[in-house]
Design a protein around this ligand. Structure first.
Ligand code: BDP
Length: 580
């Protein structure tokens, strides 16, 4: 479903419903206070907030302004994690599956101008074999401490299950709730439903507009950054021409943005876009015909207090730290981020690899769980949401699936998704899926992608602490990739590092080891032309579920969770300053 990002303009009005809502665990009697948008998990010290698996309820009153007469009114949720049910005065009005993409519901016939109703949102944080990301159902958790087969431990697991437990098959805290904005949006009754823009470097912009209603023809006008009209057209689709177009260039170039102003009857929508072309040519990744090298750490949506909750201050601070680092990109590991982050990256010139929430598929059994159709739908919704952003240069179908145990089965699962992404994307961006450290020579999926993205932990999870052996092993693998003729991005590599923990001898967990680790891997990367990118894991320390491998979360950040640089951040700041 495509739902245009809410906009306040001469024709449209937004009423933001952020603030303090009522909250309770379903089944409880009493309500308490909770902030929206934010994950609920860190807003109360009661362990239930961290450990609960099930449905929580949010409640508040909403009123449609009397002035919104003769308008179409929608309730728009940017993301409710993971599954949502929306009720108005106790009556279900919408349901949504998946925790990282928007949905909306029209209020026509449900609530009129001047009327007030009680809005309830049920958010279900349960993860299992039918959700993306995946939760385990009894099998040994990847980051857990369960020893399979020991009767007493098995009994303990059963005890947990009877009481309801979430076991993530992924390495980030399962934050949940209303994590992004909720808004009432008013548009004219006959309205613009969707806009698709496909710009070319020669200044031609193909456009398609979808409308609801028949109140006249569509008018489209393109404005440059100074507000001058530089092209205009008419009709539901066509091609506009901008003379002497200014290109959208990744940082440190100028990410020049145009605005397409679309009018239809009483309605108006302004869609920003950038002119840039993406192409994979042999082992090169070209942006506007120029070879582009990706260098920037992967991220999470993760910060103190808010958990995964969207916050413009955190987003701006993070991107300014990307500039400070001389980084030019990130991957939205491991789910689509809040829309405001993409808008910001459009403006800041930070390039994005946009990833679905298909993470935790590390067993070949996943292919028997019937996830394919749901996965496809999420992928299409993500592309529909993000298709016009110049910052998005590649789609990632998912992170670290099993692709080498049953290579043909894996191929049959991933290939149709690859094709679907190409078909759905009007700009036909390159498509990838991020590979885990595996028997790469058996794999048919990863090497068939447009760009090969591989996560490698030589010197950390394997050959731990021995960087000479790590280099030798990594070079052995790179020799193999050299023969495949593909562009390669090292899409994760890193070492857990306790900020302030030092050693004259660089041993694991010290800041010195993190730097030595990155120096060693850089050495191998710098020898190979076909390596077109490096994305250290991770930008900042982040929250995970509890487990014997995690001391207060994942500590592979270049920054601490409160965004203080470790020594490795300074290492990359210097390395990347020389990389342009
Ligand atoms: C990779 C995963 C990532 C983890 C990372 C780690 O893609 O989500 O956080 O390992 O272990 O396998 O730090």
């Amino acid at each position: 479903m495509s739902t245009l990002y809410p906009q306040n303009n001469a024709a449209r009005t937004i009423l933001d419903l952020g603030g303090i809502w009522d909250f309770r665990f379903q089944g409880d009697e009493n309500w308490q206070t909770i902030a929206v948008p934010a994950s609920y998990n860190d807003q109360d010290p009661d362990p239930r907030f961290r450990n609960f698996a099930g449905i929580v309820e949010y409640r508040r009153k909403i009123t449609i302004p009397r002035a919104w007469k003769d308008l179409r009114v929608c309730l728009r949720f940017d993301a409710v994690t993971h599954n949502a049910r929306v009720l108005l005065n106790g009556k279900e009005i919408a349901k949504h599956r998946g925790g990282f993409l928007p949905f909306e519901v029209e209020l026509e016939g449900l609530l009129g101008p001047g009327e007030t109703a009680e809005l309830t949102v049920e958010a279900d944080n349960r993860i299992n074999h039918s959700t993306l990301p995946i939760g385990t159902e009894g099998e040994t958790a990847f980051f857990g401490s369960d020893n399979p087969g020991i009767p007493s431990v098995e009994a303990g697991k059963k005890f947990q299950e009877e009481r309801g437990i979430n076991r993530p098959a992924f390495d980030f805290f399962n934050y949940a709730g209303i994590q992004r904005a909720v808004r009432l949006v008013a548009t004219p009754k006959q309205y613009i439903r969707d806009i698709t823009l496909v710009p070319s470097m020669n200044g031609e912009v193909r456009y398609t507009v979808e409308i609801e209603g028949d109140s006249g023809t569509v008018q489209i006008e393109v404005l440059d950054a100074e507000g001058n009209t530089v092209a205009h057209g008419e009709g539901l689709e066509g091609t506009l021409t901008i003379e002497q177009p200014k290109l959208w260039e990744p940082w440190p170039g100028t990410p020049y943005l145009y605005t397409a102003r679309i009018r239809f009857g009483e309605d108006l929508y302004e869609q920003t876009f950038g002119i840039r072309e993406i192409r994979v040519d042999g082992t090169r990744f070209l942006i506007n015909g120029k070879p582009f090298r990706f260098h920037g750490p992967c991220k999470h949506e993760d910060s103190p207090f808010r958990g995964r909750g969207s916050d413009p201050c955190v987003n701006v601070t993070d991107l300014h730290l990307y500039h400070w680092l001389n980084a030019n990109c990130f991957r939205t590991s491991h789910y689509p981020y809040a829309e405001e982050m993409y808008q910001l990256c459009d403006r800041e010139g930070i390039v994005i690899v946009d990833e679905t929430p298909a993470v935790g598929m590390w067993s070949s059994e996943n292919y028997g769980w019937g996830l394919g159709e749901y996965h496809r739908q999420i992928l299409l919704d993500m592309i529909a949401r993000d298709k016009n952003h110049p910052c998005v240069v590649m789609w990632s179908l998912g992170n670290e699936p099993d692709t080498d145990s049953l290579p043909d089965k894996a191929y049959d699962y991933w290939r149709p998704l690859y094709d679907a992404a190409h078909q759905a994307d009007p700009q036909n961006r390159p498509v990838t899926v991020v590979g885990c450290q595996n028997r790469y020579e058996r794999d048919r999926v990863i090497c068939s992608m447009d760009v090969v993205l591989i996560n490698r932990y030589y010197g950390w999870y394997n050959l731990s602490g021995d960087l000479e052996a790590a280099k030798y092993a990594f070079r052995t693998e790179l020799d193999w990739w050299a023969k495949q003729g593909k562009p390669i991005i090292l899409s994760e590599y890193g070492a857990d590092t306790i900020a302030g923990f030092h050693g004259a001898t660089p041993e694991m967990f010290t800041e010195e080891y993190q730097v030595a680790f990155y120096e060693a891997i850089s050495e191998c990367l710098d020898e190979r032309d076909f390596v077109i990118g490096e994305m250290p894991w991770n930008f900042a320390d982040f929250a995970t579920c509890q487990g014997p491998m995690r001391v207060g979360g994942n500590k592979k950040g270049l920054f601490t969770r409160d965004r203080k640089p470790k020594m490795a951040a300074h290492y990359f700041k210097k390395r990347w300053a020389e990389a342009f």
